[in-house]
Design a protein around this ligand. Structure first.
Ligand code: MLT
Length: 269
C-alpha cells in the first residue's frame, strides 16, 4: 500500500486489528525485513511496517536525512492513516535510533517501545569516518561492496554459512535501497544525537530485544540501556545476531507477543 505524505509517498504494509504496532527497519533495509512479524503477529495487534523515505517502494528525496526527519515522517504517516490511538513502536538498529527521536518529539503518541539490536550512544569518531567512506563508495556506484561487507556481520556466522536462502533474501532487500536512501541514512546516523540522556526519561513500557550474537552492537549495550530505563524488560534472543527477527522469528515473535499482552493490554501503560 502507498500513502501520500507532505514530502513523498510512503509504502507500508498493514494487517490485523487492535493496538497499532509500527515496525521501523534498519539500514539499508526496508519493510520486507518484517515479513515474519507481519505473518506471525497479525492475530495479536494491528501490524504496520513502513519503508522509510528512500527505501523499498517509498519515494526518495535528496540527502541529508536526520533521525528527527524520519520521526516526523512516522508522525505524518500516523496522521495520514487517522491513527490517534497510542501505538507501540518497534525499531531495529537505525530504526531504534529513530524510535528514540520519536520518543523525544511525540511521547504522547506512544504506548510502549520495543528497542531491538540498537544502541543509545552516538557514533564514535571512527564510526563517523567510516560513514563518510561508505558514502564515497556509494557515490562511486559501488553499493555492492557495501552490502558484501555488511552481510556477514548482520547475521551470525552460523546463519551466514547454513542459511543461504536467508542470506540471499537479505541481500535482495538491501538492493532495493536508492542511492539517496543510503546517503540519507549515513548522514542521519553520523549526525545522530546521543540518546543516553533520554533513557532515564523513558516512562512507558519498554522492551529491549537484542540478539545474543550481534556482531554490530555488543549485547552489553542492551544490558546497560535496560539498567538505565526504569522498569524496562530485557529478553535476549539466542542463536541470533543483528537481524534477530529474521534469524529467530519464533522467539522474537514470542517475546513481542508477551510484551504486548502482559504489559500493554493489561493497562500498565
Ligand atoms: C543498522 O542495522 O541499522 C545499522 O547497521 C546501524 C548502524 O550502522 O549504526
Amino acid at each position: 500500500m502507498k500513502i501520500k505524505l507532505p514530502d513523498f509517498s510512503l509504502a507500508y504494509d498493514d494487517a490485523g486489528q487492535g493496538l497499532p504496532l509500527v515496525f521501523v527497519h534498519g539500514y539499508p533495509l526496508n519493510r520486507r525485513m518484517w515479513q515474519p512479524q507481519m505473518r506471525g503477529l497479525q492475530d495479536t495487534a494491528r501490524i504496520l511496517a513502513v519503508d522509510l523515505r528512500g527505501h523499498g517502494d517509498s519515494q526518495a528525496t535528496p540527502a541529508p536525512y536526520s533521525m528527527d526527519l524520519f520521526a516526523d515522517d512516522l508522525n505524518a504517516f500516523l496522521e495520514a492513516l487517522g491513527i490517534d490511538q497510542k501505538v507501540v513502536l518497534c525499531g531495529l538498529s537505525m530504526g531504534g535510533y529513530i524510535t528514540f527521536a520519536f520518543y523525544r518529539k511525540y511521547p504522547h503518541r506512544l504506548a510502549g517501545l520495543i528497542l531491538t539490536a540498537t544502541r543509545a550512544a552516538p557514533d564514535t569518531p571512527a564510526q563517523r569516518e567510516a560513514r563518510d567512506q561508505a558514502a564515497e563508495t556509494a557515490r562511486q556506484g559501488n553499493t555492492a561492496s557495501i552490502f558484501n561487507s555488511m552481510l556477514p556481520r548482520l547475521l551470525t556466522p552460523k546463519t551466514y554459512a547454513e542459511k543461504p536462502a536467508l542470506v540471499a533474501r537479505v541481500r535482495k532487500i538491501m538492493e532495493q535501497v536508492s542511492l539517496e536512501g543510503i546517503l540519507g541514512d549515513l548522514s542521519a546516523m553520523k549526525e545522530r544525537p546521543d540518546s543516553t540522556p533520554t533513557l532515564a526519561r523513558i516512562d512507558i513500557p519498554t522492551l529491549f530485544l537484542p540478539g545474543a550474537n550481534d556482531q554490530i552492537i555488543p549485547l552489553q549495550e542492551a544490558q546497560e540501556m535496560h539498567t538505565a530505563v526504569h522498569g524496562s524488560q530485557l529478553e535476549i534472543i539466542p542463536e541470533a545476531g543483528h537481524l534477530l527477527n529474521l534469524e529467530n522469528p519464533p522467539l522474537f515473535n514470542r517475546a513481542v507477543r508477551r510484551f504486548l499482552r502482559e504489559t500493554i493490554d493489561h493497562g500498565k501503560v
